[in-house]
Design a protein around this ligand. Structure first.
Ligand code: SF4
Length: 267
């Protein structure tokens, strides 16, 4: 097998802008599937709307292209319907944390066994670079031309606090670690969240004069620090596995309810 067992080579190159991080992320996900030797018919990619919402076009797996902010809601339904499937919700930062923010925290609280992957480029790229909940305070966007007064959401910390069992953060620069976290997230029975920091050169990069895609990636690299060296007063974000706890997944807890109610395994 290879990553092209999972990625449709005939659809390449992707429609994304030159320098966009999305292609790196879907390659990492395909590599994780490949290294885990997952059958394509047992994987369901669920997407919302936005540039990253087009990811399902490139996968050779089952796919469900849904509504803005609703990828996790659909993914939850798929997982409850067939807990044996590997269900991955792919979302941008606006999709995951603004329109879909409530789905995100409640999926973490329930510990539903899906992998939620958030491609965080700090803005709504597809619609022209408006600010999102993860835009850095003071940064410019199409809707904050003089600098955003709001502080940003720390999505990994949010999901950890809401009860997610596996939470990791990486960047497109730290590719091999990203693959490792995706493999771990897929292998967990509960809710997994992987946040990936990435560049959006023509929107966020343009508004904030961050330079070319390689220059943006270098700046992202300087914004983060491995968890082992991170301190609470650091102005850099920790990367690595931020939470990894073993808890009963929602589908296992739900099976127990069915059993008590005299369902499939009850008497
Ligand atoms: Fe990627 Fe930004 Fe281009 Fe959208 S606008 S494809 S997020 S670089």
């Amino acid at each position: 097998m290879s990553i092209f067992t999972y990625i449709n080579e005939a659809k390449l190159p992707t429609f994304w802008c030159s320098g966009c991080g999305h292609g790196v992320i879907i390659k990492a996900l395909a590599q994780a599937f490949d290294e885990l030797e997952l059958p394509t018919d047992k994987i369901v990619i669920v997407t919302g709307i936005g540039c990253f919402g087009r990811s399902d076009d490139y996968f050779m797996t089952n796919a469900l292209h849904t509504l803005h902010g609703r990828a996790i809601a659909y993914a939850t339904g798929v997982k409850i319907g067939n807990p044996d499937l590997t269900v991955v919700a792919l979302m941008g930062d606006g999709d995951a944390s603004s329109i879909g923010g409530n789905h995100l925290i409640h999926a973490a609280r329930r510990n539903i066994g899906i992998l939620a992957l958030c491609a965080n480029n700090r803005n709504y790229g597809m619609t022209g670079g408006q600010y999102s909940p993860t835009t850095k305070q003071g940064d410019k966007s199409a809707t904050s031309r003089y600098g955003l007064p709001e502080p940003e959401f720390d999505l990994a910390a949010l999901v950890k606090a809401a009860g997610g069992s596996f939470v990791a953060r990486s960047t497109v620069f730290h590719y091999h670690n990203l693959v490792k976290y995706l493999k771990k997230g897929i292998s967990r029975s509960g809710f997994s969240f992987v946040e990936v920091m990435e560049p959006c050169p023509p929107m966020y990069g343009k508004f904030n004069e961050l330079g070319s895609a390689p220059e943006m990636i270098q700046k992202i690299r300087e914004e983060v620090i491995p968890l082992s060296r991170w301190k609470p007063d650091s102005d850099r974000k920790p990367i690595g596995i931020l939470c990894d706890v073993d808890k009963t997944s929602y589908t296992d807890a739900y099976d127990e309810v069915i059993r008590k109610a005299g369902g499939k395994d009850g008497n």
